[in-house]
Write a protein that binds this ligand. Structure first.
Ligand SMILES: [Ca+2]
Ligand SMILES: [Ca+2]
Length: 204
């Protein structure tokens, strides 16, 4: 709300300038001071009004984001720049892996769990992970669940187009390694329930 005080102040200024006007001083000076005074006071008043209105709303918004983030399981990611039609993001915090759940999250961002199409893509992603200094387990979307030894992409169920295994892998250790994690030295089959990161691929 605009205060009426500037108008009172203007009146006073006019009164104060009356002697100058009488002495033949330029009459516009009082008007300029008056307008400036109104503008400054009005601006201050508007800023105060804005802050008084928006501050509680901002606090409410922040609270809502925190509540939603907590209930919806907010996930933080590191982003890997676009390369040949895809960009990538790696979750920052390790958590129990679940193929469907993590693939669903990737889908929510317009993508899917990583599926490798070529040596170039494999090399790019592993170097980018190295740049992030990421040494924890990072799951891909490659799996052989339900078809032991025949690896496919969980998202589209198509056979994995490119597999570059780490030495002596895949070994299906103890018969339960049906997911695939990416290491600097190649892919490894691993149990699907590790506490780990995962990487999403997003076509762009
Ligand atoms: Ca297996
Ligand atoms: Ca293995």
């Amino acid at each position: 709300m605009i205060s009426f005080s500037p108008y009172k102040r203007c009146s006073m200024l006019h009164v104060r300038h009356l002697p100058y006007l009488a002495l033949g001083r330029p009459c516009y000076s009082a008007t300029i001071i008056c307008i400036r005074s109104v503008l400054i006071t009005s601006s201050t008043s508007l800023v105060s009004t804005y802050l008084a209105t928006m501050a509680p709303l901002s606090i409410l918004l922040l609270f809502a984001v925190l509540v939603i983030g907590t209930t919806q399981g907010y996930v933080a990611y590191n982003f890997i720049p676009r390369y040949r039609g895809s960009k990538y993001m790696v979750s920052k915090n390790a958590e129990p892996f679940d193929l469907a759940k993590m693939n669903g999250r990737c889908k929510g961002s317009g993508g899917y769990l990583l599926q490798l199409d070529s040596y170039r893509e494999y090399r790019y992603v592993k170097y980018e992970l190295a740049l992030l200094r990421e040494r924890r387990l990072v799951y891909t979307g490659i799996t052989d669940l339900g078809s032991e030894g025949r690896f496919y992409n969980y998202n589209d169920k198509k056979p994995a187009a490119y597999l570059r295994w780490r030495r002596r892998q895949p070994d299906n250790w103890r018969g339960y390694e049906h997911c695939v994690n990416l290491t600097y030295y190649g892919l490894n089959d691993i149990g699907c329930d590790g506490n780990a990161l995962y990487i999403c691929e997003i076509p762009v």
